[in-house]
Write a protein that binds this ligand. Structure first.
Ligand code: GAP
Length: 444
């Protein structure tokens, strides 16, 4: 199979697995879905929450100089005027009059010819603003127009002063937020990679401009380290793209890209945004957002270093890296090949970390009690239906790193068999040691 076909096949398999096992499926599917919107099912929402928690733990809880924020999705529309989104956040689009396909002009080699049908009948390029509009209040007119936020960072800038005063943080310090963002993407594609509703995890770090480049380098290194050490991304799965064309206010910018099944794509941006954001919000709100440096008797407009990552893209990256198939001979007489699907997910983000499986339904009560005692410490699941082999397969497919089998011997020796997803090795562990054993193995 050619590389392109292989990659498409991998993407199709990930999409199918996500649907079959309740990770991610189209929103409003019984009504035919809604382009660019995705629902996260039971395993997907667990995994998403685990990624969020990991990011929050690393970026906020483990740091004395980063505070959290949970702002509204809809805010005063002037915010988006000040940020430039209302005037500049748009793409130039052209439509094919014949086959109705729509394209971003900057992504076309030749905007006079339709790449799909070859027609030369293209509409004049038009601007499409990516902000999603709504109305706030009882009247649906221009005066009541508001917007769903297009990025989670703008409320961070708007609330900068309140957070600084409330926490008495001194420069340098950061404010982080996780939440939904909305963009009227013209061409949602590649599963959840480009959606219209998605979750961002952003951190804005405020510092003295003199130290801007130092902090930019610091955060770049921190974020790369996070992907390598916390999510286990290997060298050849990740690369850094250095922006040469910068926004007029920016001093430096890099993207962390990963190898999705469709090719390299952006996962996170680390940007040195200068004083642009706070200056604009000062100008539009009439409030002075400068920081008062009491120690040095001066006022300054803080410089901002941003780390911005999509949660949906993190999950897609993890699934792309984790998906694996192994061929195993079946027990059946014809010995046809059977495919074992495995998600090699890191334990920290696996939707289920431990599955408890009784060897026989006769052991149901003891096994279930064991499961209940484990469930308090790990994301766990109990499964008693089907053969042990089938149950292992089910767990492999959703990325469960450890399966525990409670068997008849367990009744006598108070020990269980722990099976490792990746090595398939089995170890006998005493129930009293189980929690310790699993914590060490999972490194959590
Ligand atoms: N505050 C800066 C900002 O929003 P961005 O590059 O537009 O920068 C940051 O977005 C991150 O948000 C991206 O790296 C990506 O992970 C995620 N993201 C952006 N647009 C997305 C979309 N349409 N669907 C899914 N994730 C998206």
């Amino acid at each position: 199979m050619a590389d392109e076909e292989k990659n498409q096949a991998l993407m199709d398999k990930i999409v199918a697995l996500c649907k079959r096992r309740g990770f991610v499926f189209p929103s409003s599917e019984i009504y035919g879905g809604f382009n660019g919107f995705w629902d996260y099912g039971p395993y997907g929402s667990r995994m998403k929450r685990a990624i969020e928690n990991l990011w929050w733990h690393e970026m906020v809880e483990m740091r004395d100089n980063v505070e959290g924020l949970d702002s509204t999705i809809i805010c005063n529309p002037t915010v988006w005027k000040a940020s430039g989104h209302l005037d500049q956040f748009s793409d130039l689009m052209t439509d094919c009059k014949k086959c109705k396909a729509r394209y971003r002009v900057d992504q076309m080699e030749d905007p006079t010819t339709c790449p799909a049908c070859g027609s030369k009948e293209m509409t004049e390029p038009r601007e499409f603003n990516l902000m999603m509009k709504t109305f706030v209040g009882p009247v649906f007119d221009d005066e009541h127009v508001a917007y769903l936020r297009a990025e989670t960072c703008q409320p961070i800038f708007v609330d900068f002063h309140s957070v600084q005063v409330a926490t008495r943080q001194k420069l340098p310090f950061g404010i982080a937020q996780i939440g939904k963002s909305f963009r009227n993407e013209i061409n949602p594609r590649n599963f959840t990679f480009r959606s219209r509703e998605f979750t961002q995890m952003e951190m804005e770090f405020f510092c003295d401009g003199e130290e801007g480049m130092k902090w930019f380098e610091y955060w770049k290194e921190q974020r790369i380290k996070y992907y390598r050490e916390k999510l286990g991304f290997p060298e050849d799965f990740m690369r850094i793209y250095v922006h040469e064309k910068l926004a007029h206010y920016a001093h430096a910018a890099i993207d962390i890209e990963v190898k999705y099944p469709f090719g390299w794509g952006e996962l996170e941006g680390v940007h040195h945004r200068g004083t642009w954001d706070l200056s604009r919000h000062s100008e539009f709100s009439g409030q002075d957002l400068q920081y008062i440096d009491h120690d040095n008797h001066r006022k300054l407009m803080p410089t901002v270093i941003e780390t911005s990552v999509g949660l949906d893209r993190t999950m897609l990256a993890l699934l792309s890296l984790a998906y694996d198939e192994e061929k195993a001979a079946t027990q059946k007489a014809d010995m046809e090949e059977d495919t074992r699907v495995i998600l090699h997910l890191p334990a920290a983000v696996a939707p289920i970390q431990v599955a408890v499986l009784p060897q026989s339904k006769k052991l149901k009560e003891n096994a279930y009690n064991l499961y209940k005692s484990i469930d308090r410490h790990f994301r766990s699941e109990y499964d008693e239906t089907g053969s042990i082999g089938k149950r292992y397969r089910r767990q492999d497919e959703i990325g469960t790193p450890y399966c525990i089998t409670f068997d008849f011997d367990s009744l006598n020796d108070n020990a269980v068999t722990v099976r490792d997803r990746d090595t398939m090795q089995q170890e006998r562990v005493n129930v009293t040691q189980l929690r310790d054993y699993l914590e060490k193995k999972m490194d959590i």
